[in-house]
Design a protein around this ligand. Structure first.
Ligand SMILES: NC(=O)c1ccc[n+]([C@@H]2O[C@H](COP(=O)([O-])OP(=O)(O)OC[C@H]3O[C@@H](n4cnc5c(N)ncnc54)[C@H](OP(=O)(O)O)[C@@H]3O)[C@@H](O)[C@H]2O)c1
Length: 628
């Protein structure tokens, strides 16, 4: 039982903001009403079970709430109850608790009510906030749902690469402004759209976007995008839908990615705008994925410990020099930034890798000042700083590191063979444009969270470890311009972002005229090739299964290329008992899809052009039912 219960007699006035009634249009202020909720006892009622009474301090007003103002019950979240306090994300202080996990005085963030005091019994989605010098309101913005959404959408769905062209709509909104800054920090070219000239200025001047435009002043959105992206868009972070999406589709580059975060322009429309250019998904081999809020909290590597992500976001924003956080708020992290950017400063002088190795790479003054004794550096972006010497030794102090970018420096020597033990949570590793030599350590392929590996333009030799093919999160693999030889592990070449060029001894399968690094064309080589093929097949199969499972979690709308198709399935349908609809079901592909889904225990409906096809395929292919 929690300590420090409130005395039974304590009470306070409770005001509530209630919804007057359901609406089917844009909301107005008078759709809501501030009412006096009477006195509330500042004590959890005896019959309430494990619960807590929270004094709400901050409330968040988010676009999804507009959907809850409709009398519509088919959504992932139910409508508000007219006359009751509006529900939403908020942050408050626990006043009284009978919940064993929470005590009076705790600061919590999660679903609460638009009222002074809320009784909360669903604790699963409540986060306890560790108080620090970070303003509490940040936990509803940068460090709350919008920040997580931006982070997950940009890094997990878009798989960004340095130099790519990124477009963000509703870019000055809570999510968009963070996406733009993350993209800039990642070395992308970023353009945002917003609805007023003041917001456009904000995007360029404060948030550091390369360009921004007022979509309301553009008569032709397709032409406007062409103007800002003459070479096309690699990544579109979709917040608005409607005509903007149609215009973007016409401007996407091959293998582009669209993270469908939301479609705010369609909220409240009884007749949503149709999209005409979806065919570009096929012609440009695009990937378009919606991602849900739940991902933000549960699907990140190491997300059981959300603090890692939170700190990463903070570190990124403090490093951005974009003024997102005030000096006071992230003072100590600013110190990190100064260390990083000042090549004559602390960082450079303590990083004398060859001559005076020291083990304190991650113990910047700034980070120590945040929370002494704990290592909380999450992203080391040390590209193009003229650093030299051996691979940094102190990484073993960076146990929480998620991203390591040492690209475009003068590092040399081997990549340490125990790198996976040192930085096991790494999701992105960029060692490109250095002079690292020796073999790629087999150990790297034990880093199960790896999403992106870039080893381009080094002097790495030997074969690519097969274990990479087992990394289910890997989406980008670049080893171009090295001295590598032997076969390319099955599956690695499938990513649009993969590159193996400039390694004259590499070959795509052991059956090509592939000279194994260890042996030429001897019988041993042939046996090796055969074994390699079998291992590759097994590894590829396991990886395909893993990839398919990943996609089940991540994607609700993915185009897939032929390579993808040969490699793994990207559809959501492979769950026994699911309802599957196949168009052009009597065609060469459709008829096989239908049968596969049936074999998998799904309920399948197909359509076809003639009654004859409907009858034939309905019987012979065991489709449950057919549409004409
Ligand atoms: N997938 C998820 O888990 C998740 C989580 C959070 C948010 N979202 C979605 O992400 C999007 C952005 O959310 P947010 O929190 O950043 O929103 P926000 O801070 O409330 O900003 C929304 C902005 O959208 C723009 N907008 C409104 N109506 C529009 C219209 N008809 N056409 C074009 N733009 C319009 C407005 O800016 P302008 O003046 O520039 O037009 C508005 O300020 C929304 O679609 C939301 O539903 C999704």
């Amino acid at each position: 039982m929690a300590q420090g219960r409130q005395p039974a007699a304590a009470a306070a006035r409770n005001r509530k903001v209630v919804l007057r009634g359901y609406i089917d249009r844009a909301p107005r202020v008078d759709d809501m009403e501030l009412v006096d909720g009477g006195d509330v006892a500042l004590r959890v009622p005896e019959d309430a079970g494990p619960a807590m009474l929270v004094k709400n301090l901050y409330l968040s007003c988010d676009p999804y709430m507009r959907g809850r103002m409709r009398d519509f019950h088919g959504s992932y979240i139910p409508p508000f109850k007219p006359g009751s306090a509006i529900e939403g994300l908020g942050l408050g202080r626990v006043v009284d608790s009978t919940h064993p996990g929470f005590s009076a005085g705790d600061i919590v963030s999660g679903m609460t009510g638009w009222e002074d005091y809320s009784l909360i019994s669903k604790s699963e989605q409540l986060r306890k906030i560790q108080q620090s010098d970070i303003p509490l309101s940040y936990h509803l913005g940068l460090l709350g749902m919008p920040g997580f959404t931006a982070y997950v959408g940009f890094y997990e769905i878009c798989s960004p690469k340095k130099g790519e062209f990124v477009f963000v709509s509703a870019a000055s909104g809570a999510v968009g402004q963070i996406v733009g800054q993350l993209a800039k920090l990642h070395g992308c070219f970023v353009v945002g759209s917003a609805g007023t000239n003041q917001k456009v200025e904000l995007l360029k001047e404060k948030f550091g976007f390369d360009a921004a435009f007022n979509y309301k002043e553009e008569p032709d959105l397709t032409a406007a995008l062409k103007r800002y992206f003459p070479e096309g868009i690699d990544i579109y972070f979709e917040n608005v839908g409607g005509p903007m999406l149609d215009a973007v589709l016409l401007n996407m580059r091959m293998h582009g990615r669209i993270a469908v975060c939301g479609m705010v322009s369609q909220h409240g429309l009884t007749d949503p705008v149709g999209i005409h250019n979806l065919y570009c998904l096929v012609t440009q081999e695009l990937r378009s994925c919606y991602f849900g809020l739940e991902l933000c909290f549960y699907a990140m590597p190491g997300m059981a410990d959300n603090i890692r992500l939170i700190l990463w976001l903070l570190l990124l924003c403090s490093c951005s020099s974009l003024g997102f956080c005030s000096d006071l708020d992230v003072q100590c992290l600013k110190t990190v930034q100064q260390s990083v950017v000042d090549t004559k400063g602390i960082l450079k002088s303590t990083w004398t890798f060859d001559n005076q190795p020291n083990d304190f790479i991650c113990q910047f003054t700034g980070v120590e000042c945040w929370n002494s004794g704990e290592n909380r550096v999450l992203a080391l972006r040390l590209s193009n700083l003229g650093l030299e010497g051996q691979f940094p030794r102190g990484l073993r102090n960076c146990t929480g590191l998620s991203m390591l970018d040492l690209s475009s420096n003068n590092f040399s020597g081997p990549i340490p063979s125990d790198i996976a033990q040192q930085v096991q949570f790494l999701t992105a590793l960029d060692l490109s444009y250095n002079s690292f030599s020796g073999e790629i350590p087999v150990n790297i392929s034990n880093m199960t969270y790896l999403n992106m590996v870039n080893l381009q333009r080094n002097q790495l030799s030997g074969e690519i470890p097969w274990g990479f093919a087992l990394l289910s999160r890997l989406t980008s693999f670049n080893v171009a311009d090295n001295l590598l030889s032997g076969p390319i592990p099955s599956g690695l070449s499938k990513f649009p972002a993969s590159s193996f060029t400039g390694n004259t001894e590499l070959c795509f399968t052991p059956l090509d005229s592939c000279r194994s690094a260890s042996n030429g064309d001897s019988i041993v080589g042939m046996i090796g090739a055969a074994v390699g093929f079998i291992v590759g097949f097994v590894v590829g199969f396991i990886h395909a299964m893993k990839s398919a499972m990943m996609e089940l979690v991540y994607c609700s709308h993915c185009n897939f290329s032929l390579q993808d198709a040969l490699y793994s399935s990207k559809t959501e349908s492979h769950i026994r008992g699911k309802f599957v609809y196949v168009s052009a079901a009597s065609g060469a592909i459709g008829q096989i899809v239908g049968q596969l889904e049936k074999l998998h225990g799904c309920y399948v409906v197909g359509n076809a052009e003639t009654n004859q096809k409907v009858l034939t395929h309905g019987r012979s292919f065991l489709l449950e039912n057919t549409l004409y």
